[in-house]
Design a protein around this ligand. Sequence first.
Ligand SMILES: [Zn+2]
Length: 68
Amino acid sequence: MGLIDTVKEALASDSAARPRPDDGSEGAYWCDDCDVRIRDVDLAGEPTCPDCGEEMRFERASGRSCAC
Ligand SMILES: [Zn+2]
């Protein structure tokens, strides 16, 4: 409340100052073995790890986009 809300509003109203671009990303793909992370918007084609070739695990982004 208070200061935090004020900061959030200031950031939301000035798109150039936002810490993260709103590029439509809903999460990222992870390879647990290699600790490799690829954002869904950066992925072209199959979600496979570039290091080991295993299928990667999708993890939704959370926290910052909460609307509550
Ligand atoms: Zn891997």
